[in-house]
Design a protein around this ligand. Structure first.
Ligand code: PGA
Length: 253
């Protein structure tokens, strides 16, 4: 069975102490991760080492960075390389979150380069895609997402695509309290999988986890995650509340 993933995206929130307390609170609550399930914590860069240490030895629990740079090393003040992340034992990186695309002008091409460097270091990219509200209103979301996939992913080989995770995050549902209905989520996830099948074949497409993001919470996680093509969630706001995130982990199929 495909991997099912509950990924927390802390964004630019919490102090170090609050982050430590949150991880302790989550880990102290009963949660069960089956063999095909994973919990991933995308924490701010300064907390990666703390999180890595705190979660060491926990089965199916991983730490992720929220971004990385596209170059190997060098004079790029303020940036963080994949080699640095690898040296901390980090195994996942969130790439192309809509906030990075919007506020830091990350393009599909830059994201293609970031995907390449992550895969070169055996770090799993959680590649985010998804449309803004005006695109959804014009009912052109399929074309919009296809373009994101084409320009950032389609240069990858089948073997590489099998190593990535995709997160579909309709921008109009992020941090707005507005969730895509489970039917809307399923429809887009099935569409993305169909696109991948067209490019790489059904077996590859069937192996890629596709997470849903956008106001996932304890109260809607089961309904979203039981959709056949929804393989878990990338969770912002609700991942900052221990009881919420534990319930989201427990909602994985
Ligand atoms: P949200 O954020 O759960 O707060 O909507 C999701 C995300 O941006 O990854």
């Amino acid at each position: 069975m495909r991997k099912q993933i509950a990924a927390a995206n802390w964004k630019m929130n919490l102090t170090l102490k609050q982050g430590e307390e949150l991880l302790d609170a989550i880990m102290s609550k009963p949660h069960s991760l089956k063999e095909n399930q994973q919990a991933v914590f995308a924490v701010p860069f300064p907390y990666l080492a703390m999180a890595q240490q705190k979660l060491a030895g926990k089965t199916n629990v991983f730490v992720a960075a929220q971004n990385c740079y596209s170059k190997k090393s060098g004079a790029y003040t303020g940036e963080v390389s994949v080699e640095m992340l690898q040296s901390l034992g980090i195994q996942f990186v969130v790439l192309g979150h809509s906030e990075r695309r919007e506020y830091f002008t990350e393009s599909n091409q830059l994201l293609a380069d970031k995907l390449n460097i992550c895969l070169g270091y055996s770090i799993t990219p959680i590649f985010c895609c998804g449309e803004p509200l005006h695109i959804r209103e014009a009912n052109t979301q399929n074309e919009y997402v296809t373009r994101q996939l084409e320009e950032s992913l389609y240069h990858l080989t089948a073997a590489q695509v099998q190593k990535i995770v995709i997160a579909y995050e309709p921008i109009w549902a992020i941090g707005t309290g507005k969730t895509a209905s489970s039917a809307q989520a399923q429809e887009m996830h099935a569409y993305i999988r169909q696109q991948l099948a067209g490019k790489y074949g059904q077996a590859i497409a069937d192996s890629v986890p596709i997470l849903y993001g956008g106001s996932v919470k304890a109260s809607n996680a089961v309904e979203l995650f039981t959709q056949p093509d929804v393989d878990g969630g990338l969770v912002g706001g609700a991942s900052l509340i221990a009881e919420e995130f534990v319930a989201i982990i427990n909602a994985l199929k």
